[in-house]
Design a protein around this ligand. Sequence first.
Ligand code: HEM
Length: 153
Amino acid sequence: MKTLLTTLALCASALFGTGAALAQSNATAYPVAPAAGLYQAFGEKAGLQALMDDFVQRLAADAAIGDQFKTTNLENLSRLLTEQTCQLAGGPCQYSGRNMVQSHAGLKITPAHFNRLVEVLQASMDAKGIPFTRQNQMLALLAPMHRDVITVR
Ligand code: HEM
């Protein structure tokens, strides 16, 4: 049920929330407004950093997509994901990494890879005690990036 709800939230966001982002590829150019209080619900910058530290460890250890992160500097990835989600959630951060097209080009990412990454992020958010509604509000902000990240269909 949880997976179904999340899938619906992601699909709804992808279909309805992101028209203006179609022509853009910058990581911070996905103009979906964050839900009120989202940044605070994740424990602000320190909470997001702790979440992303956990997330990148789970990603690297994952049986399905861990191989994709074999040569990745996980500390740096965690820092960039923290900046990105902080900014998206309405926090006082500025994402300083490459855009989503540039950073995923050549990685041959499929929809299955993308869905698995979402599941791993859900596991991290569960472990940090983030309420389900807040989890979906964050996922709704990330969902529009699928068109820039997935290159193999
Ligand atoms: C909404 C989904 C995603 C978001 C928000 C996201 C975000 C990011 C960010 C912020 C970076 C760092 C960019 C930089 O180095 O400047 C990155 C890099 C990377 N991402 Fe993603 N990503 C997503 C999906 C995926 C998926 C599905 C995969 C593969 C399963 C993936 C694999 C990677 C890898 C391997 C790197 C590191 C590339 C390198 O070491 O140069 N990402 N991602």
